[in-house]
Design a protein around this ligand. Sequence first.
Ligand code: DOR
Ligand code: ZN
Length: 427
Amino acid sequence: MTTLALLDARPYGEDKVNILIENGVIAQLGADVDVSAADATYDCAGKVLLPGLVDMHVHLREPGREDTETIATGSDAAARGGFTAVFTMANTNPVIDQPFLADAVWDKGQAHGTCDVYPVGSITQGLRGEQLTEIGLMSRSHVRMFSDDGKCVNDPQLMRRAIEYAKAYDVLLAQHAEDHRMTEGACAHEGETGARLGLRGWPRVAEESIVARDAIMTRDYGGRLHICHASTEGTVELLRWAKAQGINVTAEVTPHHLLMTDEKLETYDGNFRVNPPLREVRDTHALREALFDGTVDVVATDHAPHGSEDKCVEFEHAKPGMLGLETSLAVISQVFVEPGLADWRFVAKVMSERPAQILKLADQGRPIAVGEPANLALVNPSAAWTARGTEMASKASNTPYEGMDFAARVELTLLRGTVTHSSIESN
Ligand code: DOR
Ligand code: ZN
């Protein structure tokens, strides 16, 4: 039996403890725990220990675009970002719309072993928005969440049926809220900046009208609805209203929508094109407040790798999407922890505990305590590092944070007691 020890770690940034891990489980934890007999010991030097992070929304591009990311490279990027579980979206080629495809995603993730990769099943066959998939059958193949992400389920009658099936099988429906009739040809937020730059605009209402519609459907037909990448002040108001009515709706926000606005588009750099688009400062402020007060439940990266042939082109021809797995913790620390707006308990809640609860994962987002699975991330809150796309574990390098300086960095990630990422040495 191999044992692993963490010396002087601060769970949630609080008091220093030593932790002994045996058989993938936290066996002992306390200020005086003797770790001298462990096979390997990591000196954590007072750094912050969090439960392993859980990302409800990534795109690992396998099958179909293995030139931009694979389940293996995406898992490694996740581990470097402190993640122990991710949910990879169904908009691959082929689309994940049948049980055997979902099984293949899960099996590849387990075989690689650096992160639990849960397949998201599509709501409609081939993402075509015409016929529902076999939600019941897929729910038996590690699929806990269904989404046509990348596209919206626009047809209201189809969405109603999806909600009814999802309720029957107790799975989560995640909506990419975008009325496609209102966003044809759009590549930027509809506002002053986009107008000045000559970029066709995607109005807030294209998102908010779907959020309102689906919240009301969930009120009337039940089930659990999740809103992907909330991006506007109005979406926040609708979520607040829906939650006050007791409607079973949750929502995520991306690090990029919390940190950046459409002013970034001034340089026409395709790395800033994303769906939904970067909005205005009043939206980022509303989203920050909403995450803080629980109106928005979780942070999800929407990690979306693209090759340079699809990014280093005219802005309106660039594919939407940004890398996120290796920078998300640093961005959340910069927005909330470093200015003193929130503590590490908050980060653990929105990046690990809440997503694990929403997805009903029994072994993730757990307290850092004896008897719990050793899914953990060690964060150096003042590492001082610079984001470089080419240095990332992802195959693609389309980070919107190129050259930006950050403070927080994940230095060690454990999945069931196995080291999946480490930039510090053990002894
Ligand atoms: O920016 C985005 N990229 N938003 C999405 O919804 C899909 C994603 C992708 O697949 O590239
Ligand atoms: Zn999406």
